[in-house]
Ligand binder design. Structure first.
Ligand code: UD1
Length: 338
């Protein structure tokens, strides 16, 4: 099996490559333009797995350059499309950058899927498509509310694009995976999230504050209607997310899917507040974190966590890591790259 991975040098992409190498015989071709990553990821993957990854420096917005990769690698059986911008706050500040990148890259990869007749695609979606929900935990059947950020809207549009595309291309199949909050690092501590800019997400912010790269963490709002007033999220270990991609693609390849496009939540099913996440970090690291309460952040929803029964039923997926594993691996990684 030949699998093309877009955004393979990125956080979830690189962890997925590790899972693929360690659990399958699939041949990997990775594309990335290093917009929020670097080619060093492949060295880290090689250090962990002992295998080199075939990779290209390609911007998926460039259709010609993307097609060239398909021409050079005929017979691709599946695509995992990670490449996208993903920071909620940044998307509120720079909406057009998000629409331009996230929509055009998906458009081009779907064009290539049709042109080169690649039967299967996994699309990285997000729980942010649900917006603010009335009922928790959220199932895949929950109606999608107004997106709270341009990032979230690009994922709603992306799912619709995949849907419409498959209606017109009945021989092709897809699974959209709605990630909740992927965090943590490879359990060895030798691969993790390496953002080229200041981190946007909570866990890198916590670890960088603890190690002294950042002065302090601001908790965005403590007046939400949650048990301690801070936002509730479903944090999920990045290697569990990665493993779900292997299972999802395997399910498509083995033609086990009834629908042409199915949508599956990836979360632990456990809601955790920002303050609880900080406490878990303090416990495993033995460090006390410098943080204070600040204003709410634009684009944030108050509380969301997954009903993950569908992932269990269709993919046979059960998350292996708990919150403390997530925090400890993230902390190991931060110390490794310091
Ligand atoms: C969002 C999406 C998620 C997506 C992710 C990609 C939602 C519900 N979730 O996660 O699907 O995969 O973006 O980046 O929209 N926080 C602080 N201080 C900080 C940073 C964060 O208090 O310095 C808080 C946030 O307000 C939030 C929580 O920590 O309550 C998690 O934030 P973050 O890690 O940025 O992820 P989301 O925005 O929840």
């Amino acid at each position: 099996m030949k699998i093309l991975i877009t955004g393979g040098a990125g956080y979830i992409g690189s962890h997925t490559i590790i899972e693929i190498i360690q659990n399958t015989e699939w041949e990997i071709i990775s594309l990335d333009n290093y917009a929020n990553s670097s080619g060093d990821s492949y060295t880290r993957v090689e250090n962990i797995t002992g295998k080199k990854v075939k990779h290209y420096n390609v911007d998926l917005k460039d259709l010609g350059a993307t097609e060239k990769v398909f021409e050079e690698n005929p017979g691709i059986n599946g695509i995992i499309h990670f490449a996208a911008f993903k920071a909620v706050g940044e998307s509120v500040e720079q909406p057009l950058m998000y629409y331009d990148n996230n929509i055009n890259t998906l458009n081009n990869i779907l064009r290539c899927q049709a042109k080169y007749n690649v039967p299967n695609i996994i699309f990285s979606s997000s729980c942010s498509v649900y917006g603010n929900v009335d009922e928790l935990p959220v199932t895949e059947n929950n109606k999608l509310s107004k997106p709270e950020s341009p990032y979230a809207y690009t994922k709603q549009i992306g799912e619709v694009m995949v849907d419409d595309f498959l209606k017109a291309n009945k021989n092709l199949k897809a699974i959209s995976l709605r990630y909740f909050n992927p965090v943590g690092a490879h359990i060895t501590g030798f691969n993790g999230e390496l953002s080229s800019t200041k981190p946007n997400n909570l866990v890198p912010f916590i670890t960088q504050t603890a190690i002294g790269k950042l002065e302090k963490l601001t908790v965005f709002g403590s007046d939400y209607e949650t048990r301690d007033g801070t936002c509730v999220r479903d944090y999920i270990h990045v290697s569990d997310i990665a493993n779900a991609h292997v299972l999802a693609l395997d399910c498509l390849i083995k033609e086990k899917l009834d629908l042409s496009h199915d949508i599956i939540n990836l979360g632990t099913g456990v809601g955790v507040t920002v303050l609880e996440a900080i406490k878990a970090f303090e416990k495993v690291s033995g460090k006390s974190l410098n943080y204070s309460i600040g204003d709410r952040r634009d684009g944030d929803v108050a509380a969301i966590y997954a009903n993950n029964e569908k992932a269990h039923k269709i993919l046979g997926w059960i998350p292996q890591y708990n919150l403390e594993d997530m925090m400890l691996s993230a902390w190991k990684w931060e110390q490794y790259i310091f």
